[in-house]
Design a protein around this ligand. Structure first.
Ligand SMILES: NC(=O)c1ccc[n+]([C@@H]2O[C@H](COP(=O)([O-])OP(=O)(O)OC[C@H]3O[C@@H](n4cnc5c(N)ncnc54)[C@H](O)[C@@H]3O)[C@@H](O)[C@H]2O)c1
Ligand SMILES: N[C@H](CO)Cc1c[nH]c[nH+]1
Ligand SMILES: [Zn+2]
Length: 422
């Protein structure tokens, strides 16, 4: 990795820019795909699958038999691992459910919020360069806990682990559709694919751009979750071979992934660089990881304060703190999707099985967005009940405010009740 030593603060923004593979007119490429699905439905999807996935789709939907037979195609060890991941993710997400608490704001005036699962949700499972069946758990489990009625899955992959996980999380219908055309199908609906109210899931630039575009047309989306990224902040207590392994774990997602290494120790950066090249050479996805590494940077800084400022400016999807006092330092991080503390907490554990969600905001969106959680799959409906005592208590306040806003009918809706109680 290219080591950049002590960059001036005014260079940070340029240094931290994410790589963009096909920035040139990505919207111009995605818009016709959305239009084709909207106007041609299933036939449009079939033509796009031929063009972009080199696949002839007779049936768009996986059959119940495809789903039921998936278990037989997986070895026991993998099914056990998926079962363990399911339990951990379920446990962590179930704890996010908050019971509705009734709050009496003044005597006789009670307000509360009720969580209701979004009825129809779409989950996109990436499958272009790797069948990410772990994403089925990350999206399906919170949807299941939230009580979503229809969970519609789209993926370009027919890997049995995707279908096996789909059954575990209670997916209602699964379709072999990938890319922007899958997002369009979920947003507009087709003869086969039901239209949903909210679309979830990570994906490549076509998928992420499609989500952003359909979100302007009345369908909600979780967040922009694009190419995976990790930042590692390491000091001399870190183990260079572990740090290199963590950087490569996200680099292997694809050439548009970015990994960033930050340290105040030149010795650490050089040691990581040494072990990185030898680990890289042994990876099956060497070419993909090598391209991501070429886009990535190792930054040498003067102080911990600079490191924290730079990491907060970068707002990494994943941030690994391989430093002394990692938990204390983590409290100063205000922008990150998910934080991993210490030498024995690789990001891979969060990607698969520790319990946290791996669908996280990339590209700096961690400044304003959180990762997926049960909350993402529910709406909160507020409810209130005012008694006769309550209206006597709150009525004059509302009358005064309505009158000051010149909204006589608002005032009257209260006055009429107050008079009835005289
Ligand atoms: N942020 C997160 O939480 C998170 C989680 C998991 C994965 N990811 C990211 O998801 C991404 C997965 O990408 P992927 O490509 O492997 O799978 P993908 O399923 O997102 O995309 C594959 C689809 O892209 C479409 N496509 C390919 N080339 C095209 C072209 N030239 N024009 C239009 N459409 C085209 C095809 O229809 C194909 O089915 C990776 O970048 C990975 O880093 C992110
Ligand atoms: N690192 C990805 C999230 O950015 C998630 C993932 C799935 N499989 C492996 N990794
Ligand atoms: Zn990953």
């Amino acid at each position: 990795m290219n080591i950049i030593a002590f960059p001036e603060r005014d260079r940070w923004a340029e240094l931290l820019a994410r790589p963009v593979l096909e920035a040139k007119d990505i919207e111009g490429k995605v818009l016709p795909i959305l239009h084709q699905v909207r106007t041609q439905g299933d036939a449009g999807i079939r033509e796009l699958a031929r063009r972009f996935d080199k696949t002839e789709l007779t049936e768009l939907a996986f059959s119940q038999k495809d789903i039921d037979d998936a278990a037989e195609k997986l070895d026991e060890n993998l099914k056990e691992a998926i079962g363990q991941a399911y339990q951990n993710i379920y446990k962590f997400h179930q704890a996010q459910l908050q019971p509705a608490e009734k709050i009496e704001t003044m005597p006789g005036v009670t307000c509360w919020r009720r969580s209701v699962g979004i009825e129809k949700v779409g989950i996109y499972i990436p499958g272009g360069s790797a069948p990410l069946f772990s994403t089925v758990l990350m999206l399906g489990i919170p949807a299941q806990i939230a009580g979503c009625k229809d969970i519609i899955l789209c993926t370009p992959s027919d890997h049995p682990a995707i279908l096996y996980a789909a059954k575990l999380v209670g997916v209602t219908k699964a379709f072999r559709i990938g890319g922007a055309q899958a997002i369009a199908a979920l947003a507009y609906g087709t003869e086969s694919v039901p239209k949903v109210y909210k679309i979830f899931g990570p994906g490549n630039q076509y998928v992420t751009t499609a989500k952003m575009l359909v979100s302007k047309e009345g369908v909600a989306i979780d967040m922009p979750a694009g190419p995976s990224e990790v930042a590692v902040y390491a000091d001399d207590t870190a183990i260079p071979s572990f740090v290199a392994a963590d950087l490569l774990s996200q680099a292997e997602h694809g050439p548009d992934s970015q990994v960033l290494l930050v340290s105040t120790s030149k010795k650490l950066l050089s040691s990581v660089n040494l072990t990185l090249s030898s680990q890289l050479d042994r990876l099956p996805r060497r070419d993909l990881a090598a391209q991501a590494i070429a886009n990535s940077k190792a930054i040498l800084l003067d102080s911990q304060e600079d490191a924290i400022d730079l990491l907060n400016q970068y707002a990494a999807e994943h941030l690994i703190l391989s430093i002394a006092n990692a938990e204390t330092v983590s409290e100063k991080i205000i922008n990150a999707g998910s934080i991993f503390l210490g030498n024995y907490t690789p990001e891979s554990c969060g990607d698969y099985a520790s319990g946290t969600n791996h669908t996280l905001p990339t590209n700096g969106y961690a400044r304003a967005y959180s990762g997926v959680s049960v909350d993402s799959f529910v709406k909160k409906i507020t409810v209130q009940h005012i008694t006769e005592t309550g209206i006597r208590n709150i009525g004059p306040t509302v009358e005064a405010m309505a009158e000051a806003e010149s909204l006589e009918a608002h005032k009257k809706a209260v006055s009429i009740r107050l008079k009835s109680l005289l």
